[in-house]
Design a binder for this molecule. Structure first.
Ligand SMILES: Cc1ncc(COP(=O)(O)O)c(C=O)c1O
Length: 402
């Protein structure tokens, strides 16, 4: 954090433009991902779900520490191949076209996550035409209930995976078509789970379901993808998901459930890259309207959509800036509730509502934390055609910019 603040102070000295920048602490990212993956049992492997942030520097930084990349489009396959021609890539997502399936085969994707019986039939048809064998996992939409989380991809009606009640038919189809190699199952049921105990319960359900189906259909279960969904506690950064306790208990669970011979794949996005990212925006106006105080910053949710998408107050701190170049008084708010908004012409352009600030002045910088995942990547950058933010990558003594 210190070097991020120093960088903002330096930017402020060097330019007259209001600050509007993403900053990524690449050293932190490397250390964090190295630590996360080092805690996993031997038969568990971490893939990076690049949908969280597919910037090339981020992909390069995580590459040495992960098993490969989880992708959801051919565009993402290409981004993975640009990092390393042979990096393992696993490919999921609903509604894959024939062309995408063909490209996935020709790009030697290691595993395809099949999301419906129709997709399985098309894949088998294409593989047969090309005289290729394709390794797959069947993505299952379990009936639940699941631990509480921010988003649910399964356990209720969604477009993802094969309904648990139809899984036997899909398994039979896969097993009777020789160009399809059924390796196991894929589950990604929830997003942003903060409770390690509940996440472990979910792992147990996955292990037991997968063993039950493999046993019933008598095929060797070699691989199980247990998804991502490890959360970031945006409401209380002091109470993060307890990864250490989760992985300690996971060692035990793998032993108890006799899963040592099965490759268990994680495909995490948020938990790997959120913490390395910052979004720094300068306060360009402060005003009262209908008894509320609004702080307007250079930027907006077209750069950083996560808080408005999840309707949460995004965590931040104020970086004080001493420079003030105008001949008139500088507006300040002291120990007050404020709503922090961007420059868009919509009342939905809100980063944090009715949040307490100790002291905040016009020209100070608001530094949002944990913006490295689902920040820039999910935002609608060109709405209103404001300039894009700078993207700065802080790496040892080097700073690079896009
Ligand atoms: C299939 C799949 N796997 C993994 C992820 C990554 O999830 P997270 O960033 O919550 O770890 C997602 C996110 O939507 C996903 O859809």
């Amino acid at each position: 954090m210190r070097k991020v603040i120093e960088k903002i102070e330096q930017l402020k000295r060097e330019t007259n433009e209001p600050i509007c920048s993403y900053l990524y602490d690449i050293d932190h990212l490397c250390q964090h991902v190295k630590w996360v993956t080092s805690q996993l049992p031997e038969n568990c492997h971490m893939f990076y779900a690049m949908k969280a942030n597919a910037n090339e520097r981020i992909l390069k930084a995580v590459y040495p520490y992960v098993q490969g990349y989880e992708v959801a489009s051919i565009g993402e396959v290409k981004k993975a191949r640009a990092i390393h021609a042979e990096v393992p890539v696993i490919f999921g997502g609903p509604g894959k076209t024939d062309e995408e399936l063909e490209n996935a085969i020709s790009e030697n994707v290691q595993l395809l996550h099949v999301e419906s019986l129709h997709e399985l039939k098309r894949l088998s048809f294409i593989a047969n035409k090309w005289k290729r064998n394709v390794s797959i996992l069947l993505r299952v939409n379990l009936r639940g209930p699941f631990p509480s989380a921010t988003l649910y991809m399964a356990g209720k009606p969604t477009q993802f995976g094969i309904d648990e009640t139809n899984i036997d038919e899909a398994i039979e189809y896969a097993l009777t078509h020789p160009n399809i190699q059924l390796e196991g199952f894929h589950f990604h049921s929830i997003s942003n789970n903060l409770d390690d105990g509940r996440h472990l319960e979910l792992m147990k359900i996955y292990f037991q379901k997968a063993k039950e189906w493999a046993g019933r259909h008598q095929f060797p279960l070699t691989t199980l993808n247990v998804g991502g969904g490890i959360g970031v506690n945006y409401h209380d950064l002091e109470q993060p998901f307890n990864w250490e306790r989760f992985t300690t208990n996971l060692h035990e669970l793998v032993r108890q459930e006799e899963m040592q011979q099965v490759q268990i794949l994680f495909e995490c996005g948020r938990f790997l890259t959120a913490s390395c990212g910052y979004y720094a925006v300068e306060v360009i106006d402060i005003k009262e309207n209908h008894g509320k105080t609004f702080v307007i910053v250079r930027g907006g949710t077209q750069h950083f959509r996560l808080p408005v998408s999840w309707q949460h107050n995004h965590p931040f701190r104020v970086v004080s800036v001493e420079e003030w170049s105008y001949p008139f008084e500088r507006t300040a708010v002291i120990k007050q509730e404020v709503t922090i908004v961007g420059q868009l012409c919509t009342p939905k352009d809100v980063f944090a509502k009715d949040v307490h600030v100790h002291e905040l002045r016009m020209g100070d910088v608001i530094l949002f934390f944990y913006t490295g995942a689902y920040g820039w990547s999910i935002s609608h950058h060109d709405f209103l055609s404001h300039p894009h933010p700078k993207h700065l990558f802080l790496e040892r003594e080097r700073v690079t910019m896009e």
